[in-house]
Ligand binder design. Sequence first.
Ligand SMILES: Cc1ncc(COP(=O)(O)O)c(C=O)c1O
Length: 410
Amino acid sequence: MKFLNEKTLDNIKKDIIFVIARTAKEVEMQGKKIYNGVLGTLRDEDGNLFIHDSFYKIFNAVEDSLKASYATAIDGGEQFKNAIKQWVFQKNEFLKISEVVATPGGSGALSASLDKTLYEGESVIIPDIFWGPYEIMINSKKLKAVKYSCFTESGFSLEPLKEAIKNVMEKQNNIVLIVNDPAHNPTGFSMGKALWEELISFANSVAQNGKTVTIINDIAYIDYSENFEKSREYMQAFKNINDNVLVLFAFSGSKTLTAYGMRIGAVVVYANKQEDINAVHALLTHVARATWSNANNGAINAIIRLLENEALFKKDLLKATSLLAERRNIFITEANRVGLKFYPNNEGFFVTLVGIADNQKLYEYLIRKNVFVVPQMKGIRVAICSLNKQQCLELPKIIQDTIREIENEK
Ligand SMILES: Cc1ncc(COP(=O)(O)O)c(C=O)c1O
């Protein structure tokens, strides 16, 4: 302890997801059949990592000298930046005035986006059903997380977010919110264009008279939207942002490329004025230099080459999204049949069940049945990305029976 700062120690929170994943692995190694719905890594029907061959063929052909060298620029260089903009925005040409910085995964993009945007002690707004590392990042930057409840069993509403924004605005001039959409982790909900338009119109109404709004759009799962062509439609809402709204897209190569360990991603900066884009790009490049220097150059070069031939890669993605859609349908149909409640869910890697008052207890009871899922304050996250179709069929009943066992104990 004596080597550490007491204040920062208070903020240390374990990432339980990796702890649970390790426990699951240990039980599996004992030869037991387990339901492993923990990690957000896509697996095939035999439990092996689902890998996009088109990406790995190209990555393996990248010359060793390129893999070994530093990137041509801290931000990834022009070719990488153009490839990312083309991929992330597709037909939304107006967004391509943006700037890009290469990052180690989506985590790097999120972490850099939170750096120096606010003053110490100020708040970042996130939903109360969220990907745990947001809070770890926010705390580590000496900021506070303010949470709002937009997900209910019966649907989704932006009103609690608007309330949260109004409250935070009374105390600080710059508002920062993280919106993980499409295919929100952990619910699998996608807001769609109409809700995004509503959010932008509200952001515009408050981003006036010295107040600004920064929307960090975490697009980690965008490429697992069930309809690729429609997945970027919501971005048209950004056409209407006013000059005091900034959008930072956090792109994850881990998910899009099935390259979790490669640590590649990007933050893409969009605002109305080029001078604002350039200023934020300069800051993020500085944060990158001060934190990880440059990103994985082998991955940068593979991305440039891969995205020159999008068609092949899109075929791989389609295989993945079709498999996910099948699993989701099976899981949800069965959940409905046994009366298991879940939060609004459209697509992506996860389903979040409403759970019970004590989800930690439910989680512990499920472990006794060799079922590994992630307990949340407001539910139980099931990673359908790593369960096969048969398991998706069996699991809802096992969970529902376990809930009943707990209820019958009372
Ligand atoms: C919601 C969300 N955002 C971002 C990430 C970032 O992942 P990575 O840093 O591996 O790109 C993840 C990974 O699980 C995630 O679930």
